[in-house]
Write a protein that binds this ligand. Structure first.
Ligand code: GDP
Ligand code: IMO
Ligand code: MG
Length: 439
């Protein structure tokens, strides 16, 4: 509806966004890659190198973390927008990895001078904070994401990509910040690493020399691109349930990883988006701590983990697995206002006698279809499961929805009905060609 009205109004050009509807790793990278062909620019607008997106095509597997998935396409400009937190070493490591594989992508990348820089003290502080939480640790990726966002909002000790460009100004900031942070770190953990200020300055300056030409103010670049009728694709990282404001706080990431983060992270108004696609797995996974009502801490969960190869791209941690949670996914679809959904990894459920969908929670004896705002209530939620017959067939070669086994079709249709948004894609394997298009 949004798309039709916008086109009739004649005031926007095609801009699409892809976001995760669960706790991350929904196969956003695969869906973004599918859509990239018809776009000119792909934009990452939140998160950092905590993300891990795997893309497969042409017999190759690519693993991306901070770089937008569009980087794999030579006709596309990839943009790291203001809302991303950037570790310059991580940018170079990824670019070098791609170059070693024969793809020199540096001329396709643009990095916002407004984006904030992850520095060594962010990782050290995160390690100390996580250690101090003991059993209630968030289970972060240890990439300095939350501590960098905290300094951004706090302002006093923040460094932006633009600050890196002037070596003297950058060095002055580091010389001011390091003693303060070291005092804090020593108090948190007497055994903590002692930072070498001059080494940090020289390492970051050397990295800056390699990214200097990529740094621009991406905001007018994106707004001008819209005016010039270019096609823009926005790639969400993490998932809506990890959103710092709307997710399962405090077991979340530190950015707005639902659709709500698109405008503030990119500088492009949300009304310019013609279609927002929400991606969900056919079951649920979660990495790190926090409540997970439909979790299967048994051999069924283990079977899904093995069949879906559910081990983190970034940290290699085994992902927690459970049945599809329609309550949580519907909530995500509603807060982000997604227009359609993609169901991924449907093939992983092949061979189960029966599969289940969590259609409601029971919390303190009360049935609800709303995601509670308090993490303690979510932890107390018992899943109310709906049984759906399974299917035995291998579905990894199917490209037409009508060719799926009847029960697999019914499973997808019941998810569609419970989430309340139309199906756009069904993914039946990791490769680009293992995709059912519903249009
Ligand atoms: P993202 O973070 O949302 O981009 O997702 P990840 O890439 O971290 O995790 C999704 C994983 O599932 C990757 O290893 C993909 O290669 C893989 N994958 C994507 N779609 C499918 C699918 O339909 N079936 C199977 N079996 N694997 C898939
Ligand atoms: P993609 O883009 C899954 C999780 C971490 C941890 C919490 C906070 O691949 O879907 P952070 O390091 O961000 O402060 O950690 O968020 N997390 C993810 N889980 N997929 C991701 O990204 C994630 N990025 C962060 O495991 O629980
Ligand atoms: Mg991932």
């Amino acid at each position: 509806m949004r798309g039709v009205l916008s086109f009739l109004a004649g005031d926007v050009v095609p801009a699409t966004s892809v976001i995760g509807l669960q706790w991350g790793d929904e196969a956003k990278g695969k869906i973004v890659d599918l859509l990239t062909e018809r776009h000119d620019i792909v934009v990452r607008y939140q998160g950092g190198n905590n993300a891990g997106h795997t893309v497969k095509f042409g017999g190759h597997t690519y693993k991306l973390s901070l770089l937008p998935t569009g980087i794999l396409h030579s006709h596309v400009k990839s943009v790291i927008a203001p809302g991303v937190v950037v570790n310059p070493m991580a940018v170079l490591k990824e670019l070098d990895g791609l170059a070693a594989g024969g793809q020199d992508c540096s001329s396709r990348l643009l990095i916002s001078d407004r984006a904030h820089v992850i520095c060594p003290w962010h990782m050290l502080e995160e390690a100390a904070l996580e250690k101090s939480r003991g059993a209630s640790a968030i289970g972060t990726t240890m990439r300095g994401i939350g501590t960098c966002y905290r300094d951004k909002v706090g302002r006093s000790h923040a460094i932006r990509v633009g600050d890196l460009l002037c070596r003297d100004q950058f060095a002055a900031k580091v010389r001011e910040i390091v003693p303060f942070k070291q005092k804090l770190l020593n108090a948190l953990d007497p055994d903590c690493e002692q930072m070498d200020t001059e080494k940090i300055i020289s390492e970051y300056s050397a990295a800056t020399d390699r990214i200097r030409d990529m740094v621009i103010d991406t905001t007018p670049f994106l707004l001008d691109a819209l005016d010039q009728n270019k096609w823009l694709l926005f790639e969400g990282a993490q998932g809506s349930l990890l959103d710092v404001d709307h997710g399962t706080f405090p077991y979340v990431t530190s950015s707005n990883s639902s659709g709500c983060g698109l405008h503030n992270g990119s500088g492009v108004p949300e009304r310019a988006i013609v279609e927002m696609i929400g991606v969900a797995k056919a079951y649920t996974t979660r990495v790190g701590g926090g409540p997970f009502p439909s979790e299967l801490e048994n051999e069924v969960g283990q079977r899904i983990r093995v069949a879906g190869n559910e081990f983190g791209t970034v940290t290699g941690r085994p992902r927690r697995c459970g049945w599809f949670d329609a309550v949580a996914t519907r909530y995500s679809a509603r807060i982000s206002g997604v227009d359609s959904i993609a169901i991924a990894l449907l093939d992983v459920l092949s061979g189960f006698e029966e599969v289940f969908v969590c259609e409601a929670y029971e919390i303190n004896g009360q049935r609800t279809q709303n995601l509670p705002s308090r993490c303690e209530d979510l932890a107390a939620a018992k899943p109310i499961l709906k049984r759906v017959p399974g299917w035995k067939e291998d579905i990894t070669g199917i490209t037409n929805f009508d060719d799926l086994p009847q029960s697999a079709q019914e499973y997808c249709r019941s998810i569609e009905a419970m989430v309340g948004r139309p199906l756009k894609f069904v993914s039946v394997g990791p490769d680009r060609c293992q995709t059912i298009r519903m249009f």
